[in-house]
Design a protein around this ligand. Structure first.
Ligand SMILES: [Zn+2]
Length: 657
């Protein structure tokens, strides 16, 4: 049958639409990724041997160095240089790609466009980062390119076109995407002063480019610059290799969101034991259509690239990635022939488990009914930890897409440090909202008198009936800022301002009570809001007071319209996630045992026994995959229950509907 030109166009349009609607391999396949972050001296490696090691690990995706600072293939593009250690006539990347594809291993090419060699700078100094003192930024002989300069904005497309035309890659990953704030030694870079930055900043903000990165607009300027380049690269990759993924550390224009669970010796304590959960939960639920690749960095810190962190830390991160619906991803520096083998030995049994149970790790969606928004780092982490310890399933999002997702149920939104006005409609239509922090919320909650910068006071508890977790105390502590709200008729908490605390004979002799509220509930439209006008999340993160934990949990329970989604006897150090696999019509309950973590140490976790779980959803059968055992299901009201007899490091219970 002949078709008219119009019909042909319609068919083309339809197939393009169908193609665009189909999720990429990174969303439909189980991913076990190894990154061998090569040095230029590794150009002589044996591709067959490497791919055999990757295959036997067993990984099915390899993140492998391709180009940018050093190309591991013979490039013909000017100002792009092959590794000086690449033997003449050898195409390392091409051989690795061929050997990998022969074993059905996906290959993601790694580029780093942030730095290049002196001849490029000599020919095009305008492409490069310019310090405030006018000097280029040079590190180990390499010159930093500026995200707004011609190297990133134009020449990168020439480099990438050659790579994409010649190599059937499954994706490209970009390291150091944008202008970093500091070099590898931690020295601040300052704001780039190149002509391109000057012109773009002036055009965007109507004022000259600042000379300090503390400028209010500079961070946003840099993020916008990276997004613009990302849009160009995404278009190029998708046009030249329609099945390939564009991956880097940002959310916009990418197909997957990269992140790292890394360590640094100078980083402030405490350690963040939920690093991988945080990164994967946030990525998957901020952009549900994108995969989360949280790279488990195996090394201690940059100066010790070949020395690994504790094996139990590696394992914990990998279990957390699986439990939150992300890819397994383990990084090592150099080849797989490591001098310190602990990271690979720790990761291997988890990769083996994943390979033997692939169907569990495809198409997972978070089934939580509570949404945690981001906020100040400590406040956010306090709420993140509290929800995890209380076994209240939650999703994290950088945006409010979750509120409008037809397939998802959001019963409660928690805003750890103030709430944006966009939540107004959600609450008025019946949503529940918990706001904390000393930033007056943008919603009409209560009359604000003033913001107090720092108070070392206490909260008096008046009504234990709705705060049952606080039955053994009448006081909580406050250390930090607070928003003073107008007094209430029936206060739940009121402020006890600072009073004498020494010597003991004088403690609280001058104490006064006030009517300044520390917690209010308010109705708005069909919905309900609770506001805790001080940084309870940040305080809990730093001090773990059971009073703060009890208040946070009780306020959540007051707001949840149908009670807890999950009830369990699990220890607070057992992380429990509830995921859905819509394609398989079943749910998964993951258990990650964190009991091996203490202070700066990660040891193998302590075995837990007889963990009872009640879930407010129907299911007929429960099967513990690690124990390879069916569990008895009982009913109690709207909850279905099972008991997990034993938990070591990890378990996943499959619930069939
Ligand atoms: Zn610049």
């Amino acid at each position: 049958m002949r078709t008219t030109p119009l019909a042909q166009i319609a068919t083309l349009f339809l197939s393009a639409t169908v193609l665009a609607a189909q999720p990429g391999w990174w969303m439909t396949e189980p991913i076990r990724l190894l990154q061998t972050n090569l040095r230029e001296t590794d150009s002589t490696l044996d591709p067959q041997r490497l791919i055999q090691q990757v295959s036997e690990f067993p990984a099915n995706t390899l993140l492998f160095n391709m180009g940018g600072i050093v190309a591991h293939y013979p490039t013909r593009v000017p100002f792009h240089y092959a590794s000086p250690y690449l033997p003449s006539g050898k195409d390392l990347f091409g051989e690795v790609l061929k050997a990998a594809h022969a074993r059905k291993i996906r290959v993601i090419g790694r580029f780093d466009l942030s730095k290049t060699q002196k001849p490029v700078f000599d020919a095009h100094h305008e492409w490069f980062f310019k310090r405030v003192n006018g000097e280029p930024a040079i590190y180990n002989g390499l010159y930093s390119a500026c995200i707004n300069g011609g190297y990133y904005r134009q020449h990168a497309t020439v480099i990438l076109t050659e790579a994409l035309v010649n190599y059937d890659v499954d994706g490209l990953f970009f390291n150091m995407f944008g202008n970093p704030g500091a070099d590898y030694s931690g020295n601040p870079m300052g704001p780039c002063q190149c002509e391109a930055c000057k012109q773009r900043f002036q055009a965007r903000y109507g004022r000259p480019l600042p000379t300090t990165t503390r400028d209010a607009d500079y961070g946003e300027f840099m993020a916008a610059s990276a997004r613009e380049v990302a849009a160009t690269l995404a278009e190029l990759i998708h046009r030249l290799r329609p099945g390939a993924a564009f991956l880097t550390y940002i959310q916009d224009h990418t197909d997957g969101i990269m992140s790292e669970s890394n360590t640094a010796v100078g980083r402030a304590l405490p350690l963040w034991p939920y690093s991988a959960s945080d990164n994967v939960n946030r990525a998957r639920n901020s952009e549900p259509g994108k995969m989360a690749f949280n790279l488990r960095m195996s090394f201690v810190d940059y100066p010790w690239r070949f020395v690994t962190v504790p094996p139990s830390e590696i394992q914990l991160r990998l279990y957390q990635s699986m439990a939150h619906g992300g890819a397994l991803a383990l990084n090592m520096h150099g080849t797989m022939d490591q001098e310190d083998r602990q990271a690979l030995l720790a990761g291997r049994p988890i990769f083996q488990w994943h390979a033997a149970h692939e169907d569990l790790y495809v198409g997972q969606q978070n089934a939580a009914r509570v949404l945690l928004l981001r906020g100040d780092s400590n406040s956010y982490r306090g709420w993140f930890r509290l929800l995890t310890e209380q076994h209240i399933p939650f999703a994290v999002s950088d945006n409010l897409k979750w509120l409008n997702g037809a397939s998802r149920t959001c019963e409660l939104v928690i805003a750890p440090s103030g709430a944006p006005a966009e939540l107004d409609g959600y609450v008025r239509e019946g949503g529940r909202l918990l706001i904390a922090g000393a930033n007056p919320p943008a919603l009409p909650v209560a009359r604000v008198i003033e913001r107090r910068e720092h108070i070392q006071g206490s909260w008096r508890i008046h009504d234990h009936s709705i705060l049952p977790s606080l039955k053994n105390t009448r006081l909580l502590f406050l250390d930090g800022p607070c928003v003073e709200l107008a007094p209430l008729d029936k206060p739940l908490l009121t402020l006890v301002p600072p009073a004498m605390f020494g010597p003991p004979e004088k403690v609280w002799v001058d104490k006064q009570e006030t009517s300044i509220p520390g917690l209010i509930f308010a109705d708005l439209g069909q919905g309900r809001i609770a506001y805790i006008p001080w940084d309870i999340g940040g305080l809990y993160y730093r001090h773990s007071s059971m009073g703060h934990a009890g208040l946070m949990a009780d306020v959540i329970d007051q707001l949840l319209p149908k009670g807890r989604q999950l009830k369990t006897t699990a220890h607070p150090l057992v992380e429990v996630t509830v995921m859905r696999q819509p394609g398989r019509n079943r749910s998964l309950v993951h258990f990650v045992n964190l009991s091996g973590h203490s202070d700066t140490a990660y040891f193998p976790p302590i075995e837990m026994r007889d963990i009872t779980v009640g879930l407010a959803q129907p299911f007929r059968s429960a099967r513990a995959a690690v124990l390879a055992r069916k569990l008895r299901v009982t009913a109690e009201g709207s909850y279905r229950r099972f008991t997990l007899p034993r938990l070591n490091a990890y378990e996943v219970v499959v619930l069939e509907e």
